[in-house]
Design a protein around this ligand. Structure first.
Ligand code: PMP
Length: 528
């Protein structure tokens, strides 16, 4: 079986010299990557050999001194529980095999492949906080398609029900404005501060439109992103720096058209000097980042980071954009609301913003909106709609707009969020108590309705330590196989899960019971 460690491993033979396959250079020394060396000290405390060029080296082997089972035993336990789980999926196995005739890997969307299990699970249906697979196995869902359905599956979520009703009664695409669009946009301003909004269908789309708008209004060629971030299927955001002064793609598939060192600068998260180094030549149109880094383990902002980013971006005339696709559930008004972040120029979100009905939004300041309108008038007919990167045929459709409006008015409200966050806190505290009970050197955290267990005890502020806390190479794999086998669906590529409004107390207690057993096994206090 391919382990996650192997999947994420960067080929060991690469160096910081230019490296390529076919015609595509995927890694080269470049001034587009910050020259500031990384601070490995916090990651190396747990993973003494941590080296960015080999993600497997981020396994926190020091934990064994604190009573955690040795890595080989955890991998053996992973094999055992993975096999037990897969044995419950004969129909999924057949369906995947049959599907291979007409679909890559036997499934339609590659996110459905991201389980990276030898047999991919196939679903029968899902409702509220539950999911049933084609073999009749019942699961408590905590992954919700990696966020989109985190406010609940099906008609138990009022936004999904309203969208379905609208589809049946109103139709989907009049290619005209509707009254609901204006209500939805007002709601977006009430939640996320910015005055002007546009619609897109996925977060990747909305980020792509924002980047193009930022270039248009500033007249600058580059964007800047923190190292180890994810903003969707966008060529220019899929870059990282494996070491200071080196820019790279994440892999060697030669599928990108532009040179790796064109268009994107990379800075170190929580490091204002590194950001300033990127911005000071005045070539950066926009800084795009998450309010809390959440895509490679969690990296919290240090005190003053967001304020410092705002000051530096203003100083160098760069726009500031937050992508809240993963952090939306931090509060009813997003992570910018939860952290009291103000004064940003752009904001973007997909996935759960319309309760999982395809839809994304991007907001902008009035000045940016005026500049785009002016540009579009001046540039003329060919700068409209798709050619102007301002949307596509299905943006603003009635079904997505209804789902968006109802999510804003009936789901992302303080009334729904107060009990939801209480439930999430109950589970976070429950995990923490379990760590104390077994003297496990781990940590539980929540970001609104999003929870995470980290396999190191430290609060993490940098994505390098973030990788260590995931513990690919044993702990991560065993935890997933064990929880999946016991009917608890965690996200396949993170130690991360979501609480939805429809989860019952019994669902949460079941999770904590299984989690208790799992930690007892990991700490060698129960037979696995
Ligand atoms: N931005 C962030 C922060 C994300 O986490 C993701 C997906 N995980 C995306 C954008 C892209 O979302 P989508 O795949 O729906 O386009």
């Amino acid at each position: 079986m391919t382990t996650f460690t192997e999947l994420f491993e960067i080929p060991a033979n690469t160096t910081n010299e230019e490296s390529s396959r076919g015609n595509s250079v995927f890694r080269k020394p470049s001034s587009m990557a910050s020259n500031k060396p990384f601070d490995y000290s916090r990651a190396r405390k747990w993973a003494p050999n941590a080296d960015f060029n080999d993600i497997a080296s981020f396994y926190p082997s020091e934990l064994e001194k604190q009573g955690v089972l040795p890595q080989e035993q955890l991998l053996a336990l992973n094999d055992k529980y993975m096999e037990l789980w897969l044995a419950k999926m004969p129909t999924s196995k057949k369906m995947q095999e049959a599907g291979k005739k007409n679909m890559l890997f036997g499934i339609f969307g590659t996110y459905q492949k991201d389980w990276e299990t030898p047999i991919l699970p196939f679903a029968e249906n899902c409702l509220g906080g539950k999911l049933w697979d084609v073999d009749g196995n019942e699961y408590i869902d905590f992954q919700f398609g990696d966020t989109p359905s985190m406010f609940g599956h099906g008609p138990e979520n009022p936004a999904v029900k309203a969208a379905a009703d609208s589809l049946m009664n109103v139709g989907i695409n009049p290619m005209m404005g509707t009254e609901e669009q204006a209500i939805a946009a007002q709601e977006l301003e009430r939640h996320f501060q910015l005055p002007v909004w546009m619609h897109a269908l996925t977060a990747s789309d909305s980020n792509r439109y924002l980047l193009s708008i930022a270039r248009c209004v500033t007249g600058r060629p580059n964007i800047a992103i923190p190292n180890f971030t994810y903003h969707g299927t966008i060529d220019e955001t899929q870059k990282m720096m494996p070491e200071a002064g080196v820019i790279s793609r994440y892999h060697e598939m030669p599928q990108y058209h532009a040179d790796v060192d064109k268009g994107t600068k990379i800075f170190v998260w929580n490091d204002l000097e590194s950001l300033e180094e990127c911005l000071k030549d005045g070539s950066v149109a926009v800084v795009m980042m998450e309010p809390v880094m959440s895509n490679f383990g969690w990296a919290w902002p240090e005190d003053g980071w967001h304020q410092g980013v705002r000051e530096l971006t203003r100083k160098y005339g760069t726009l500031l954009c937050y992508d809240e696709t993963h952090t939306l559930g931090h509060a009813w008004n997003g992570s910018v609301g939860a952290q009291n972040i103000t004064g940003f120029d752009m904001w973007s979100c997909g996935k759960a913003i319309s309760s999982g009905i395809p839809g994304a939004v991007f907001g902008m300041s009035r000045e940016i909106a005026d500049a785009v309108e002016k540009w579009q008038h001046e540039a003329g007919f060919f700068a409209g709609a798709g050619l102007g990167f301002l949307g596509n045929a299905l943006t603003g459709n009635t079904m997505s707009t209804t789902a968006l409006r109802v999510t804003m008015q009936e789901v992302m409200t303080p009334e729904v969020f107060t009990p939801l966050l209480n439930k999430a806190e109950h589970v976070r505290k429950g995990m923490e108590d379990i760590f104390i009970k077994y003297k496990a050197p781990f940590r539980s955290e929540s970001m609104g309705n999003r929870l995470c267990f980290h396999f190191i005890p430290d609060k993490c502020h940098d994505p390098l330590t973030g990788l260590t806390q995931i513990a690919f190479g044993g702990l991560f794999e065993f935890a997933h196989a064990y929880l999946w086998y016991h009917g608890l669906l965690l996200m396949p590529f993170f130690n991360m899960f979501l609480i939805c409004p429809q989860h019952t107390q019994a669902d949460l207690e079941k999770f904590l019971q299984v989690f208790d057993d799992m930690i007892a096994i990991i700490m060698g206090q129960k037979e696995g």
